[in-house]
Design a protein around this ligand. Structure first.
Ligand code: GSH
Length: 219
């Protein structure tokens, strides 16, 4: 199987973090879309022309980072990142889903500005003061008091959180958003895991991929 994308995408990196925790990164091939990003072949493989997607051994493709992560979690062996306990599994899925549906939408104005587009001051202010804190408060509703996002083992929820929190830390300070405000659950979680090798490896991969894509912007 071949995983298409790059760590510069948090949706790709979410999957890679899972593979890293499971110790199975060597079981896949990696690359960008055949024919190039946004080529006809890319749109054939992914109807929206996005990354990531997984090319299975039979040539069919699976899209959406969360689905790819859960698929590979079940098919590649290694420790399971989807809890056996159904309530815990549902909490872990809820965190990924809320990040995809609400947090990704909330950070859109900042993302546009950071990657060469524009947003109005009002859009940025609303995102900073309302939409992002609300989405993160919603995420934290499903976080437990264990060491990791849901319980005492890594789960698919950590993969989703870590991949987004890289960009949160890298982009948000320039828009006046630092730390997690009164979201103590998320702040405590981050204090517990941010120096874990899983996180530092992910952050290094993401920065390297960013530098490759956009030129080395490090000060
Ligand atoms: N919901 C999708 C989001 C994927 C996504 O937005 N990927 C971005 C890169 S971070 C992309 O390919 N953007 C190109 C585009 O939208 O044209 C997922 O979870 O896989």
């Amino acid at each position: 199987m071949k995983l298409i994308g790059e760590s510069v995408s948090p949706y790709f990196e979410r999957v890679y973090i899972g593979l890293d925790i499971k110790g199975v990164t060597d079981k896949l091939e990696y690359g960008m879309p055949d024919g190039g990003f946004k080529s006809d072949a890319h749109f054939e493989a992914h109807p929206l022309g996005k990354i990531p997607y997984l090319v299975k051994d039979d040539g069919t493709t699976l899209t959406e980072g969360q689905l790819i992560l859960e698929y590979l979690d079940r098919t590649l062996g290694g420790r399971l990142l989807t809890p056996e306990d159904f309530d815990a599994a549902t909490d872990a899925r809820a965190i990924g889903r809320i990040l995809d549906l609400y947090y990704a939408e909330a950070v859109r104005p900042m993302g546009r500005v950071a990657f060469g587009g524009t947003a109005t001051d009002d859009e940025i202010a609303k995102a900073r003061e309302q939409d992002i804190p609300t989405a993160l408060a919603y995420v934290s509703k499903y976080m437990g008091g264990g060491k990791y996002a849901v319980g005492d083992d890594w789960t698919i929820a950590d993969c989703a959180l870590i991949s987004h929190l890289y960009w949160y830390g890298a982009l948000m300070p320039r828009f006046g958003l630092e730390g997690f405000g009164d979201n103590e659950r998320l702040a405590d979680y981050w204090a517990r895991v941010k120096d874990d090798p899983v996180v530092t490896r992910s952050f290094a991969r993401t920065k390297k991929a960013y530098d490759k894509f956009f030129g080395d912007k490090s000060e």
